[in-house]
Design a protein around this ligand. Structure first.
Ligand code: UDP
Length: 328
């Protein structure tokens, strides 16, 4: 039996595939390589394909005995989604429909889905619990919420069980620096901080210094990608043993501001670089911090590596070893 990992060659997907291998699972990776990297997944078969290609997907489900699906594949940039909602709906929602149709046809009943804290929009309070209202303030978050709802109805209609994992801010890398974060278009804070440190960009921008936070910059809950990978394996085991569909936050309960992230990088690396204070970025809520007790209660999951020092140290190992990402 195998686990089908859609988007398994991407940043979080490839770390999860590594953890699955260590836990003894067999994987089939399905990825269109629009964001993923062949070099990130050398241990298992990689099928290069798009999820919207229903015939190809059907062939995969027919060829392999699939016990469960982990679905990472998506466009995931808040800023771009504000400018290109149509491509976000097409890529995220249509692809999920196609995948669920193939699962239904093949009678595969378990799926772990990468959701996001962006489903909450601007929350009324932090930390955020899973039962708080969802009111996404950007198309990216809305597509993820729409897929969560679709999963709910697929359980009602076809008995497909799902765990939606609402990640807060994924960061870090495996400590040996062999795989890490490498996006064609980089918009995430930590990689951009390292690009400034490495002189690949003139400065790192701080988007907004007038938020209602202690230093005026946005607060996020950064979670180490190794902790995310561990949560996926626990979620899969939870489904395989017959537990009901569920939704869990994956965060630490601790918020870190943009300026604090930058300070930590300077302190851990001992390197200085330019910081530019800028206007707010459209679509950004001021403060996103998880209450993660539910994932602990149901999955026994607790972050082990998600203190900011460890995240920065591990991300630095990747950026130092691979200044041009997977290009070297
Ligand atoms: N951010 C920033 N400068 C950058 C990129 C991001 O100040 O060059 C801020 C952004 O406004 C947000 C936080 O850093 O408050 C995390 O943004 P990122 O894009 O990494 O993740 P998101 O929260 O959008 O998923």
């Amino acid at each position: 039996m195998s686990i089908l990992v859609c988007g398994g060659a991407g940043y979080i997907g490839s770390h999860c595939v590594r953890a699955l291998k260590e836990a003894g699972y067999d994987c089939i990776i399905y990825d269109n390589l629009s964001e993923g990297h062949r070099e990130a997944v050398k241990d298992f078969p990689l099928i290069v394909g798009d999820l919207k290609d229903e015939e190809k997907l059907n062939r995969v489900f027919a060829e392999y005995k699939i016990e469960g699906v982990i679905h990472f594949a998506a466009f995931a940039l808040v800023g771009i989604s504000m400018k290109e909602p149509l491509s976000y709906y097409e890529n995220n929602v249509s692809a999920a429909i196609s995948l669920l149709k193939a699962m239904e046809r093949a009678k595969v009943k378990n799926i772990v889905f990468s959701s996001t804290c962006a489903v909450y929009g601007e929350p009324d309070k932090v930390p955020i619990t899973e039962d708080m209202p969802t009111k996404p303030c950007n198309p990216y978050g809305q597509t993820k919420r729409d897929i969560e709802k679709l999963l709910y109805w697929c359980d009602e209609a076809y008995g497909i069980k799902s765990v939606c994992l609402r990640y807060f801010n994924a960061a870090g890398a495996v400590p040996d620096g062999s795989i890490g974060e490498d996006h064609a278009l980089e918009t995430h804070l930590l990689p951009l901080v390292f690009h400034a440190l490495q002189g690949k960009r003139e400065a790192v921008s701080v988007f907004g210094t007038d938020y209602d936070t202690q230093d005026g910059s946005c607060i996020r809950d950064y979670i180490h990608v190794l902790d995310l990978a561990d949560a996926h394996i626990r979620a899969l085991q939870y489904l395989i043993k017959g537990s009901p569909s569920n939704i869990f936050n994956l965060g630490t309960g601790t918020g870190t501001s943009v300026l604090e992230v930058i300070d930590t990088v300077k302190r851990i690396t001992g390197k200085d670089f330019r910081v530019k204070l800028c206007e707010r970025r459209p679509g950004d809520p001021a403060k996103l911090v998880a209450e993660a007790g539910k994932a602990y209660e149901h999955l026994g999951w607790k972050p082990q590596y998600s203190d900011m020092e460890t995240i920065v140290k591990d991300a630095y190992a990747w950026h130092k070893n691979h200044p041009d990402g997977f290009g070297v």
